[in-house]
Design a protein around this ligand. Sequence first.
Ligand code: SOE
Length: 399
Amino acid sequence: MTSTPTRSTPLNVGLIGYGFMGAAHSHAWRTAHRFFDLPASPVLHTIAGRTASAVADAAEQYGFARHTTRWQDLIEDPAIDVIDICTPGDTHHEIALAALAVGKHVLCEKPLANSVAESEEMARAAADAATRGIRSICGFSYRRTPALAYARQLVADGFVGEIRQVRAQYLQDWLSDADAPMTWRLDKDKAGSGALGDIGAHVIDLTQWITGTQIDQVSGTLATVVPTRPAAGTAQGLGGKGDASGERGQVTVDDVALFSARFAGGVLGAFEATRMAQGRKNAMRVEINGAKGSVAFDFERMNELEVYDATAPAGRQGFTRVLTTEPEHPYAAAWWPTGHGLGYEHTFTHEIADLIRAIGEGTDPSPSFAEALHVQRVLAAVEASDADGSRWTAVGPQH
Ligand code: SOE
């Protein structure tokens, strides 16, 4: 990118991974500058992926000009400005370090990596690169849900008053069928952890971001409810149908993660992450209870925020459903007329719009790798606590 960016300045994107996240990010890179006024226009330059035929199909479907089976080609190509990492967690560290070392901006899917040690190295490299004008961001995309960004504003403006309690759940059901097939998300070597890191990480990040405080201590319990699954099967969405008559593979991650958390300052939080909650499809719920009111959110109704004002006259108190589709709400003005609503994909479009703006303006986008490192430390502390009889465990560099 040139040093004086304008709306038509090209920003060449190299994206690695063509699965669920590859599709979501590609859509966002294609759309962001068409709805937001940004200091650059992304060009879908090259996509990399493991399997030649699949990456060729993905390039055509998602709109990339080139494709390759070697992610290193993207790092070595001086034309590429941004590396977008949409691969399983076991590859984030190597790819991000390589990209930052050659001066490319990085968007890395969450969780940042598969261990605290890897995440620390990534956070150090990102901080060092930032001194040279290289930007990095971790893909906690739900921060860019208008209702959640609005909840954060309300909390910061004092609407809920002093925070008394935090409640967070991320409930899905795609692993309820014991014969859903093995995938990389069930393999600790590839994914780092199960429900905990895949979806629990989102609510850890969100509650810290909305409350403006970090989690200091946790007491956790993890369970693998279905220990083996068909090794072969037909993928469908996140799960699919396994071949129940064939060989079974070992599940090496948690299916269910429950933990209590103590935030800095002492506020308690109750957390639940599961992919076994029949009927809950993507119920990512956050509730903040304060001295003066509450805010409550459920992603299955992502265009709404429930707000409760305890200072309203007695007799008129009660949760109010605020439709967060209005120009007063974060991100909403760029889209549709009043009340028309947004979807899952818009959270990624907002994330990428914010990243492009940060690159153009020379500012550091959030969540930084340092913020994502703290989430990684919380994940590690929950695992350490579970291994130690759910003992209260400090979140810190020791894991
Ligand atoms: C990506 O942000 C992600 O966390 C996926 O990895 C989960 O599987 C999905 O259900 C929510 O989004």
